[in-house]
Design a protein around this ligand. Structure first.
Ligand SMILES: N[C@@H](CCC(=O)N[C@@H](CS)C(=O)NCC(=O)O)C(=O)O
Length: 206
């Protein structure tokens, strides 16, 4: 059986994307908590040796390091033929959704969430307005991308749903509101039996 070890933190939407994918696909795995708020030099040495930017997520697959959440999701889908990776069309859909997420909603939402956390400190004038404008445009795309289906991959969720979930799970913390299509999808995602809170995905060490 493939050995899977995921390094992450409950405040990392990028790490949550991968944790959700592994759980949805029912792939047995272990997780390791990395304190992303601590000095990077204090992180576990085996983690620092494998993650070039000392960032989570880091997924070790049989001891081989995999970084960048979108690349990890594609690796999971292809290697285990799951979450869209079962067919060429599903994989193509996954690639398209991952690129959209990384360029669009996965760019503005983490920044808006961070801006609220630090009370705007360090954000130049106009930045938050610009990010909010981007979010509004991205939110309006949900109805187009879902096209009446329950999930972005159709009847069941795939890697694209996992990627988009990463930061849309925290709209309140980012200070933005969902569209109706977005709210419906968020409700369906929250109702998935595999869904967990970020803290349940990455429990803090005792
Ligand atoms: N583009 C990366 C982003 C990863 C990232 O920004 N990770 C953050 C947490 S969300 C992190 O590890 N920050 C800790 C640090 O930079 O020291 C991905 O998609 O995986």
């Amino acid at each position: 059986m493939t050995d899977l070890l995921l390094y992450g933190h409950p405040d990392s939407g990028h790490a949550c994307k991968v944790a959700l994918a592994l759980t949805l696909a029912e792939l047995p795995h272990r997780t390791a908590f990395v304190d992303i708020w601590a000095d990077p030099a204090t992180r576990p040495s085996e983690f620092l040796a494998a993650s070039p930017f000392a960032e989570v997520p880091l997924l070790m697959i049989d001891g081989v390091a995999h970084v960048q959440s979108g690349a990890i999701l594609l690796e999971i889908a292809q290697r285990f033929a799951c979450l869209g990776g079962e067919t060429p069309a599903g994989l193509r859909r996954g690639r398209e959704l991952l690129m959209w997420e990384a360029n669009r909603i996965g760019m503005c939402l983490p920044q808006l969430k961070e801006a609220r956390r630090v009370n705007g400190a360090g954000f130049p004038p106009g930045a938050i307005d610009w990010l909010t404008m981007r979010f509004t445009a991205d939110a309006a795309r949900f109805a187009v991308l879902l096209d009446g289906a329950p999930f972005f991959h159709g009847a069941v969720p795939g890697i694209g749903d996992c990627a988009i979930w990463g930061y849309t799970q925290w709209l309140d913390a980012a200070g933005v509101a969902p569209t109706a299509a977005m709210q419906g999808w968020l409700d369906r995602m929250r109702a998935l039996p595999a869904m967990k809170t970020p803290q349940a995905f990455f429990p803090a060490p005792a």
